[in-house]
Design a protein around this ligand. Sequence first.
Ligand code: PRP
Ligand code: MN
Ligand code: MG
Length: 188
Amino acid sequence: GSWYDADIDHVIISEAQIREKTTELAKQVSADYADVEDGLLLVCVLKGAVMFMADFARALGRQGPPAELEFMAVSSYGQGTTSSGVVRILKDLDRDIAGRHVVVVEDIVDSGLTLSWLLRYLESRSAASVEVVALFRKPDAVKVPVPVKYVGFDIPTEFVVGYGLDFGERYRELPYVGVLKPEVYARS
Ligand code: PRP
Ligand code: MN
Ligand code: MG
């Protein structure tokens, strides 16, 4: 046990499940982009996708194709537990993506608002192609349908934390994904 066990009601996706799924997703992406001439551009959506980006990029690195790692920071949730629908760019791309094959790396698709906005944004910057790999998706929470080619796990519409996912900026460092105890919400 550790300090955060007191706040987590139950684990829904374990470390081992995340590791296995990440390898599987990387193999699919490797196969689909095997012939891409100038490699892939992975775009990590900070902060939530930081853990998945690190593990997914390493898994991809075992077989290729070569990838460049880029980071954007956007936020639609602020401090709350539901999406505000207003997406703010906190950190933009720092290079031109025109003509490049982009794979957006996201931790979770919830309402779809963040991704649908981001996909429009990336397409307006003239990428050759844009696809999404998302480790988690909440199919019952979707408000805007977004085409996500690579999905790790479909999960129930509960507020989950860990492996990058936060509640008020906390719990991102948990190595697994779990459901917070209701009294933790009540506290804030
Ligand atoms: C979370 C999550 C996704 C997005 C999904 O990010 O990491 O990026 O919300 O929600 P949606 O499908 O309803 O738009 P958040 O805005 O909390 O920022 P963060 O990644 O910095 O935590
Ligand atoms: Mn996010
Ligand atoms: Mg968040």
